[in-house]
Design a protein around this ligand. Structure first.
Ligand SMILES: Cc1cc2nc3c(=O)[nH]c(=O)nc-3n(C[C@H](O)[C@H](O)[C@H](O)COP(=O)(O)OP(=O)(O)OC[C@H]3O[C@@H](n4cnc5c(N)ncnc54)[C@H](O)[C@@H]3O)c2cc1C
Length: 367
């Protein structure tokens, strides 16, 4: 019997299990496959709330809060585990190649500046190319955001799994949850391929599979898989300095010698293979921004299932009518960014019953 049972060992489940265990709770974490083997290892690892959230509101606030937590969170994990997570918060560019895009970016820049965010407007080709010389001469303007960036999400997942182990989390990989156990209207744990597990509280953080798991209780939760196809090329001979976002793709120079190019958004159920059309759209969507990519060595392409919700916000908090059960899921395009803040806010709920930080994200809005 654990204090808390977390279902799903992606970035969200691992982060929450780690946070709960460092607060002294006994935690069991269950994963059907490998740690982080689904959406979390497929991600590009970008930490970019100002790029991702197109208007002020609770998602941007959550994203900024999480970004601010990252340096301490990453340093703590590195110190505890001795592993590098390659956090890089040294800026990114959102670029415009034509007049229409310049207008759209200028509008975004205005509200971000008025809201006090650290963004700079680069109004001509020379200014933009000063930050990133490898950009095309077609670039007309850009928003430069100096404190956003990226992390190596696969290294982060490894560090979190090691940290959980060091903190004494009971880690069960290759263990499929097949049922939710209920007694007298209260959730008391889960049934799995390795037997019954019992806990005072159960958190479902199974990414794109949250909906299916809640259906086991007859509860309908609007989380669906949205495939992302993504690719990597070698950075040899292409010394990019900065993450670049354009309207048709993004280009992320990582510290491990790869440039990650992304990404499609297409709905194909739980299918995560890479298609020819997907790969073509990634390559055609990114090469116009950096002509040097035409000669890059192709390394690999892969896919993952983003857990998408109806209103673009995650579901965080208790499931009404089911004592002892909560959800941490539906982070769509930003689960890596949002993992530290999700872990802390959900741990506050599991440990102390606090829901204030979760209010805009409570599952109750759908149930
Ligand atoms: C191509 C792509 C690019 C992305 N880029 C970024 C980015 O740059 N920045 C960013 O912040 N986010 C990015 N994302 C989004 C991010 O990857 C997700 O939001 C995040 O990984 C969701 O994490 P999760 O832990 O909820 O889900 P997952 O990582 O999918 O983990 C859920 C886990 O639950 C397990 N599970 C499911 N059912 C069961 C069961 N019955 N029993 C036991 N275990 C079960 C699964 O095996 C899985 O490992 C990207 C996603 C994709 C696909």
């Amino acid at each position: 019997m654990s204090d808390c049972l977390v279902v799903g060992g992606g970035i969200i489940g691992l982060s929450l299990a780690y946070e709960l265990s460092r607060r002294g709770m006994s935690v069991t974490l269950v994963e059907q496959g490998e740690w982080g083997g689904q959406a979390s290892s497929a991600a590009a690892g970008m930490l970019a709330p100002l790029k991702e959230f197109t208007a002020p509101g609770p998602m941007l606030d959550l994203g900024m809060e999480s970004l601010a937590l990252y340096p301490e969170w990453a340093a703590e994990l590195e110190e505890l585990t001795g592993g590098d997570v390659q956090l890089s918060l040294d800026g990114l560019l959102t670029v415009a190649l034509n007049e229409e895009e310049v207008q759209q970016l200028a509008d975004k820049y205005r509200w971000q500046k008025e809201a006090g965010h650290a963004v700079h407007w680069l109004s001509n080709t020379a200014q933009v190319k000063e930050i990133e010389p490898l950009l095309t001469d077609q670039v007309q303007a850009a928003i430069y955001s100096p404190y956003e960036g990226h992390i190596n999400n696969r290294m982060l997942l490894r560090a979190l799994a090691t940290a959980c182990q060091l903190q004494g989390v009971k880690l069960l990989s290759g263990c499929v949850v097949s049922g939710i156990a209920v007694k007298g209207g209260k959730v008391i744990g889960v049934e799995t391929s390795s037997g019954s597990l019992r806990a005072a509280q159960t958190v479902i953080s199974s990414g794109a599979w949250v909906g299916g798991m809640m259906e086991m209780l007859g509860v309908s939760v609007p989380i669906r898989p949205v495939r992302g196809q993504i690719a990597a090329v070698s950075s040899v001979g292409i010394p990019l300095r900065t993450v670049i976002f354009g309207t048709t793709g993004y280009i992320t120079p990582k510290k491990d010698g790869k440039i990650v190019l992304g990404a499609t958004e297409d709905e194909s159920g739980f299918q995560r293979d890479v298609t020819m059309a997907g790969l073509a759209s990634i390559l055609q969507g990114t090469m116009p921004y950096v002509p040097a990519l035409h000669s890059a060595t192709f390394l690999e392409a892969w896919g993952g299932l983003r857990p998408a919700t109806q209103d673009g916000k995650p579901l965080l908090g208790p499931v009404p009518g089911w004592e002892g059960l909560s959800i941490a899921g539906g982070h769509f395009r930003n689960g890596i960014l949002l993992s530290p803040v999700t872990a802390k806010a959900m741990a506050d709920f599991v440990e102390k019953g606090e829901t204030e930080r979760l209010l805009p994200f409570l599952p109750a809005r759908f149930l």
